[in-house]
Design a protein around this ligand. Structure first.
Ligand code: GDP
Length: 522
């Protein structure tokens, strides 16, 4: 019974956005709600260290509070909130994608002045493939941005998801008056500062508000709203939870404005942890026995501290420090004595955790990404984590040919660990690495040198578009440098197209060859 009560409190989510849309600013405001910091200041400036891993580290450095970079949790109202970071900028990597396998919902921030940007689209696609509920926050309403209707249309068309505006902005930039909060039937007035005034719809006729309601912007917006009520989509929580409709909130993370209303509505609607698929059917979060899977491993870049931390998402039961579990892959027993929970105020040792929580466990080099840990006998494994099609490719070789053995060993282990993907060029049997972002190459190079004592030479192949092929359709003569034929670790064939043009050219010339995009939604 207690387990289920705890599970129902959990709201585990990630914030996805394109750099500069306002993720850090919004996160800071949420931390204020969680009483983890007293007031939010503006976090300025980005990244300094080569291996800076998170915008949150920036908060940590600048505000002098200890924010652990990857996960933050805090109690809010009756809930226990877990926010997972999805690093962007030069820190964008497969880990960013994998984080999305460990959340129950996401908040997508869109900059009202820009609309949908590249990184938002990439992360959105992954959410969509996994059916994760998506809540949208359209940010920077205090600036002149694009028309709200136009933004909604763009979301519907580009992302192919139904939108439901939870609120509707009256004006923007200098003319910004506030928002009609459709969900709570109130007008939230923007006063140009942090103070928001909440006016129930029923009181808007009051002459006291004539200075507001008499403005043409207010009148116009009311008209728009009526149209929306008549012609817009109906709100459906079922569709939201199925990832088919996204509730859209307008506001400003910086002002801040509309953030409280957004967050209150979000936590009340976002799903608690649900069942998770395994090789033996679905495991319910309130199952007695503890279980969880590892979705990320962070190696320490400091050579003096070779330890690694494995990030585990609890999926069922109750985690207790020091408990014994089994690693499903090897059926080896493991005692989880050195565990940490990621709390914004400190890296507290975690004593207990439930489904939806993320814990960090000390990794003496035994875990792999995707590993299942289970209390008692490990007789199931969670579904394998998906591979994410890499975009940046490089040929790699050892600087010193005498080090071929270590070179192979290093690559093999790092690939197995999920740090980077490996392909073999068909023609010359070259080693081709594939990654989602540059950071993965930096980490790869660094770890090859420090852990395997091999210096590597990386030769850029630029961005490439991978398309998988059916073995029976592969004819080596059809491929060249612009459609490089390679094989993945499973021996499956794929072509690495130099650009859209090369891809189209190939399709036109070889209409009978099926090109499979593993990343396509549906
Ligand atoms: P991130 O890269 O997504 O984490 O974006 P930041 O939170 O660092 O914000 C990027 C820039 O946009 C910063 O200069 C912020 O001050 C600014 N910003 C964020 N939210 C708002 C907003 O609501 N209004 C305005 N005018 N600027 C904002």
């Amino acid at each position: 019974m207690k387990i289920n009560e705890e599970v129902q409190k959990r709201k585990t989510f990630a914030i996805i956005s394109h750099p500069d849309a306002g993720k850090t600013t919004l996160t800071e405001k949420l931390l204020v709600f969680g009483n983890l910091i007293r007031s939010a200041g503006t976090v300025k400036g980005k990244k300094s260290g080569k291996f800076a891993t998170s915008d949150w580290m920036e908060i940590e450095k600048q505000r002098g509070i200890s924010v652990t970079s990857s996960v933050m949790n805090f109690p809010y109202k009756d809930y226990q909130v877990n926010i997972l970071d999805t690093p962007g900028h030069e820190d964008f990597s497969e880990d960013t994608y994998r984080t999305l396998t460990a959340v129950d919902s996401v908040v997508m921030i869109i900059d009202a002045t820009k609309g949908i940007e590249a990184q938002t689209l990439k992360l959105f696609k992954v959410c969509r493939m996994r059916g994760i509920p998506i809540f949208t926050f359209i940010n920077k309403l205090d600036r002149e941005g694009r028309e709200p209707l136009e933004l909604l249309e763009e979301i519907e068309q580009v992302l192919d998801i139904e939108t439901y505006p939870m609120n509707w902005p009256a004006g923007m930039g200098k003319r910004f008056l506030g928002i009609f909060d459709r969900h709570n039937e109130q007008f939230v007035r923007f006063n140009g500062n942090e103070e928001e005034t909440y006016i129930p719809y029923s009181e808007l006729d009051d002459p006291a508000y004539a200075d507001l309601t008499g403005q043409s912007t207010f009148e116009d917006t009311k008209g728009e709203l009526e149209l929306l009520e008549e012609a817009g989509d109906q709100f459906s929580l079922d569709r939201v939870l199925a990832g088919e409709q996204t509730p859209v909130f307008f506001g400003s993370a910086l002002a801040p404005f509309g953030v409280q209303t957004f967050f209150d509505t979000f936590v009340s609607m976002a799903p608690a942890p649900g069942g998770r698929r395994t090789t033996e059917g679905v495991v319910s979060p309130d199952k007695e026995e503890f279980s969880g899977f590892i979705f990320k491993i962070q190696a320490n870049m400091n050579p003096a501290h070779r330890d690694r931390i494995a990030f585990l998402r609890v999926c069922s039961g109750k985690f207790e420090r020091g408990m014994s579990v089994q690693l499903a892959r090897s059926a080896k027993p493991i005692k989880l004595s050195q565990s940490q929970q990621f709390v914004a105020s400190s890296r507290d040792t975690v004593e207990e955790a439930f489904a939806g929580d993320i814990i960090g466990i000390y990794d003496p080099n035994i875990y792999r990404i995707g590993d299942t840990l289970v209390e008692g006998k490990a007789n199931f494994e969670f579904d394998e984590l998906p591979q994410f099609p890499p975009e940046v490719f490089k040929k790699v070789s050892a600087k010193n040919v005498m080090k071929a053995k270590q070179f192979r060993k290093g690559i093999e282990q790092l690939v197995q660990e999920g740090a980077i993907q490996l392909f073999r060029g068909k023609r010359d049997d070259s080693f081709i690495l594939g990654a989602v972002g540059e950071l993965q190459y930096e980490v790869f190079e660094y770890r090859m040198k420090n852990e395997y004592n091999v210096e590597v030479v990386l030769e850029s192949m630029g961005e490439r578009i991978p398309r998988w092929l059916k073995a029976e359709q592969v004819d080596e003569r059809l491929f060249d440098e612009r459609s490089l034929l390679a094989q993945d670790r499973e021996g499956e064939y794929l072509a690495l197209f130099k650009n859209d043009f090369a891809l189209r050219w190939f399709t036109d010339k070889n209409p009978k060859v099926d090109l499979i995009d593993l990343f396509e939604v549906n």
